[in-house]
Design a protein around this ligand. Structure first.
Ligand code: F6P
Length: 545
């Protein structure tokens, strides 16, 4: 259905008028005017607390953003997603990652098929399999226990399981080392294979389509490497596969007993909850994997039922939308103050940028407003000593999401106090900045001319927006909720921007061209088929071999 263009809506225009004034506001003043600002602009659900008070907005901004959400049909489309309607219009698919974490007794059907029953049948298979590997009952072909798991996948078939296995390090099985090979660069495979023994290694070939070039090349290389050291009938003990493409798994030669299917209504970047999460279940055990799903489900229920003004993902989305479209912020930095979330920004990059990096509406009309921002970041405090300089004093304003756990899973309590102090200090510094007069105060006693020379360099503009997300501990349930929070934030923003957040046609062109160039690099002649730059680069590569 063709929506009225975003910029023509009543609520967007009201926001645009309001933004003209809001651009003049200083957050220092907003805090001074309202002692209750923190209480007013923070919400809590599913074990997560969100403080969004350090943004350039007020109560009126929120009212207008809420009106926009209603006018754009956020609640209607949310319900359509949960119901299994085919909201992925360009692929004619339902979008039901929420069904992957729904309890067994929840009725969800797609095309007359009972989705929950299918999901739980696979979960039961995952439990049996992972229990037997973890207990040591499942053995390699020479009778030894599995010590290493190599997940071969890319994009959503890599980023989620890898990020979660790292994040839940505290819960990991002591015997199992997890490895992730994603890149077609042979160095990735070489590094993993050089660390493992084929007799004690389990390979998971993870690919929604089972056609992705990188994954297929890596899978074939792993298979060939394995068969150099083991007989063909040993494959069944060492290779399992996760995919929606059951036929392709069979053709690859994997034992049907060792297949873990999922469905086309699970987007790759939303698939960590499906059998794509098999490395997670192996690493932390099925019990904790279930807690991970339950944490996400709790957030789903909150998203589905809470009113807009208390709805964490909707608020996070609205604030991000405000920063992107009205305060012209082109990127968002993700700053987890938790070392175990070291891959979280990389994970969110795919989730957000592959979903909302779009330039036409769901009806295919060109877009004349800003859509998805660039997502990037790294853990605190490391980022502070690298790129925070630009965030504090650079010419771009970059909103930041600070993420922290109030309690550590280690006993170095002085470290944790230092970590949290840095996290809170940074959001305070971004908000307050430092005025020229404050700098002068600091420099008192110095030569007056020298002070004036230094003042512009030591002044911080402040007024830079951030959110802070806190949880008690980082554990399977809070991590599940945190990921679901961002999934739904991305969904809501996609609705506001009227883009299809569930396709990714933009990755296709490069794939097609790479196939052609690969053939040329392997000797097929096709002179002059490209521009002079590409031809020149191909020629140099050919000359080097
Ligand atoms: O090329 C992009 C993409 O399709 C992602 O959306 C996906 O997560 C990734 O490739 C891997 O795809 P697959 O799981 O089918 O191998």
């Amino acid at each position: 259905m063709r929506q009225p263009s975003l910029t023509s809506t009543h609520s967007y225009q009201a926001l645009a008028n309001h933004a003209a004034k809001a651009k003049e506001w200083q957050m220092r003043d907003l805090f001074a005017q309202d002692p209750q600002r923190f209480e007013r602009l923070s919400v809590e659900a599913a074990g997560l607390f969100l403080d969004y008070s350090k943004n350039r907005l007020d109560g009126r901004t929120l009212e207008l953003l809420k009106a926009l959400a209603q006018e754009r049909g956020v609640e209607r489309l949310r319900d359509a997603m949960f119901n299994g309607d085919k909201i992925n219009l360009t692929e004619n698919r339902a979008v039901l990652h929420t069904a992957l974490r729904a309890p067994r007794d929840k009725q969800i059907t797609v095309d007359g098929q009972d989705v929950t029953a299918d999901v739980h049948a696979v979960l039961d298979h995952m439990k049996t399999f992972t229990d037997s590997v973890r207990s040591g009952e499942w053995r390699g072909h020479t009778g030894k226990e599995i010590t290493d798991v190599i997940n071969i996948g890319i994009g959503g078939s890599d980023l989620g399981p890898k990020m979660v296995c790292l994040a839940l390090r505290q819960f990991a099985h002591p015997r199992l080392t997890m490895h992730f090979v994603s890149n077609v660069d042979g160095h990735d495979m070489d590094a993993a294979l050089s660390r493992v023994n084929p007799e004690t290694t389990l390979f998971i070939i993870a690919s929604k389509t089972f056609t992705t070039a990188e994954t297929m090349m890596n899978a074939n290389t792993a298979r060939a490497w394995f068969l150099q050291q083991a007989p063909e009938d040993a494959l069944a003990k060492h290779f399992v596969a996760v995919s929606t493409n059951v036929e392709a798994i069979k053709t690859f030669g994997i034992d049907p007993q060792n297949m873990f299917p999922f469905w086309d209504w699970v987007g790759g970047r939303y698939s960590v909850w499906s059998a794509i999460g098999l490395p997670v279940a192996l690493c932390v055990g099925f019990g904790y994997f279930s807690d991970f799903l339950a944490g996400a489900h709790a957030l789903d229920e909150h998203f589905r039922t809470a009113p807009i003004e208390q709805n964490l993902p909707i608020i996070l989305a609205l604030v991000g939308f405000w920063n992107r479209d009205f305060l012209e912020c082109g990127s968002v930095s993700i700053a987890p103050y938790h070392q175990d979330l070291s891959r979280f920004a990389a994970y969110l990059q795919q989730l957000d940028m592959e979903s909302n990096g779009k330039r036409v509406t769901r009806a295919g009309d060109p877009i004349d407003y800003a859509t998805g921002p660039v997502i990037w970041g790294d853990v605190g405090t490391n980022g502070q000593h690298a790129y925070f300089q630009l965030l504090h004093q650079g010419t771009d304003v970059t909103p930041i999401d600070f993420i922290a756990a109030l309690r550590p899973a280690h006993e170095f309590h002085n470290h944790h106090a230092a970590l949290l102090a840095n996290c809170f200090a940074q959001s305070e510094a971004f908000m307050k900045g430092k005025t020229a007069d404050e700098v002068r105060q600091d420099l008192q006693g110095m030569d007056a001319a020298e002070i004036e020379r230094l003042v512009p360099h030591k002044t911080f503009p402040g007024n830079r927006p951030s959110n802070t997300i806190l949880m008690d501990y980082l554990n399977p349930a809070t991590l599940g909720a945190l990921i679901a929070l961002y999934e739904h934030k991305v969904f809501v923003q996609g609705v506001l921007w009227d883009v299809n957040s569930f396709d990714q046609w933009g990755v296709e062109l490069g794939k097609v061209l790479a196939k052609k160039i690969e053939a040329e690099l392997n000797g097929e002649a096709n002179p002059g088929a490209h521009d002079s730059s590409t031809n020149g680069l191909i020629a140099r590569a050919k000359a080097a071999v």
